[in-house]
Design a protein around this ligand. Structure first.
Ligand code: GLN
Length: 446
């Protein structure tokens, strides 16, 4: 049924870059047999999902929506895929994204244009735009995305679905093609909070292949699906409701706060003054790490190779033709902030700001259980509106990037609609490994 529905939505939405229907149907048949034999199956078994195209699945292309990796077929599974395979997961295919997860509208994809299922004139958000558009259109029941500075939560908000960025280290990054390794995290994009808990359960856990993976057992996150916020303290950081926030978005979040109050939660104003440095710190740290991570695409080991007379020319031509404009801009900026003479002024300074931002969140969570903010300052924008103005595109990340810098979990859930009919997302934040209270607060509102 989902494949049939997908066939109807895809011509307009174009969330997918490749499909794996045959493999999906084979697993579905196997699951049917298990059910017929009375075997217990996992909650995700046979439920059709979609995987962002920067997550490696053995023998399937992982393009990162880049010409550089257009024909790259990984010889191994990401840890999250290994886990899903053991639970009889079904994927209908790999979904579109901004090239190398760099962007906020999926317009940076070098391979396809994905539209917002609510209105095809609008972007689906990014970089996990394909994941959010597929779930929103119903061409996947759930999806995996990745979030470095908002790439699960912001497209979730723009497409009216749920997007969860887990705590840094909660979910293994092994097999996720790196953008900025100290910020990247894989997470679920789903229709509701219950599904987010189910998918998180399926992918969470310590992994010895990822040195930043958090050791220890994980709880059963579906136990947090409790509709009760009585006595919960919810902080609203005043800096997230300032001038840059669209008034309809602000009103929707304030209305959500009233709902929480009516349900017995206590709303308190908090202040996170260092947040104003987060966007700058993010765009220094993320780009510095990206310039280093993307050095591996040299035309030698794998990916695109443009032939030339000598090695340097080959590498130069390969990188010039293989990377799109945004990726090139980021490699240049990242190289600049790491170069001698500028390292202290930019990179080191950004690292210090990052620590202060984290300390400020830690202090806030001594007084409140969760924080409530908008997910993005605006609702989805139209194609072409920001693509030629990188700074205005980056501004859409002001509410999400502090969260990655601090390593804490965040979830975006639907919070109504703007007058133009586009969905509004609200963001809830919790302390590191506080996914349980996060899910409870989100579930109660929903
Ligand atoms: N929009 C942000 C950026 O362009 C976030 C991207 C992401 O989370 N992968 O860097």
């Amino acid at each position: 049924a989902v494949i049939a529905h997908k066939e109807k939505t895809e011509p307009a939405v174009h969330a997918y870059l490749s499909d794996s229907h045959e493999a999906a149907l084979a697993v579905a048949t196997k699951v049917d047999e298990k059910i017929a034999n009375g075997e217990t199956i996992s909650p995700l078994a046979g439920i059709p999902g979609a995987i962002k195209d920067n997550i490696c699945i053995k023998d399937q292309k992982a393009t990162c929506a880049s010409k550089m990796l257009e024909n790259f077929v990984p010889p191994y599974n990401a840890t999250v895929i290994e886990k899903l395979v053991s639970q009889d997961y079904v994927s209908l295919g790999k979904v579109n994204m901004d090239e190398f997860a760099m962007g906020g509208s999926t317009e940076n994809s070098a391979l396809a244009k994905t539209t917002n299922p609510w209105n095809a004139d609008y972007v689906p958000g990014g970089s996990s735009g394909g994941s959010a558009a597929a779930v929103s259109a119903g061409s996947a029941v759930w999806a995996l995305g990745s979030d470095t500075g908002g790439s699960i939560r912001q497209p979730g908000a723009y497409c009216g679905v749920v997007g969860l960025k887990p705590t840094y280290g909660n979910v293994s990054r092994y097999g996720l093609i790196a953008f900025a390794s100290s910020l990247d995290q894989i997470g679920p994009v789903t229709r509701d909070v219950t599904d987010a808990a189910i998918v998180l359960n399926a992918i969470t856990g310590h992994d010895h292949r990822d040195s930043t993976s958090i050791p220890g057992e994980r709880p059963d996150y579906t136990q947090s699906l409790v509709s009760d916020v009585k006595g919960l303290k919810i902080g609203m950081p005043k800096e997230y409701f300032g001038d840059g926030i669209n008034s309809e978005v602000r009103e929707a979040i304030e209305k959500a706060a009233k709902t929480y109050e009516a349900l017995g939660a206590q709303i308190v104003e908090v202040s996170l003054p260092t947040s104003k440095y987060a966007l700058s710190a993010y765009y220094i740290i993320a780009l510095a790490e990206a310039s280093s991570n993307l050095a591996r695409y040299d035309g030698v080991s794998y990916g695109l190779r443009v032939p030339a007379d000598n090695l340097v020319e080959m590498s130069t031509k390969t990188r010039t033709q293989g990377f799109g404009p945004e990726v090139q801009r980021r490699i240049l900026l990242g190289t600049y902030v790491l170069s001698s003479g500028y390292y202290d002024a930019y990179y080191l300074k950004a690292l210090k700001a990052r620590r202060l931002i984290k300390n400020e969140f830690d202090a806030a969570f001594e007084n409140v259980d969760v924080l409530l903010t908008p997910t993005a300052p605006n609702t989805a924008f139209k194609f072409g509106e920001k693509i030629n103005d990188p700074l205005s595109m980056y501004m859409e990340d002001i509410c999400t990037t502090p969260v990655n810098l601090a390593g804490i979990p965040g979830i975006s859930i639907p919070a109504g609609f703007a007058s133009n009919g586009m969905p509004i997302g609200m963001q809830l934040l919790a302390p590191a490994m506080g996914e349980e209270v996060l899910l409870r607060a989100a579930y109660t509102f929903e």
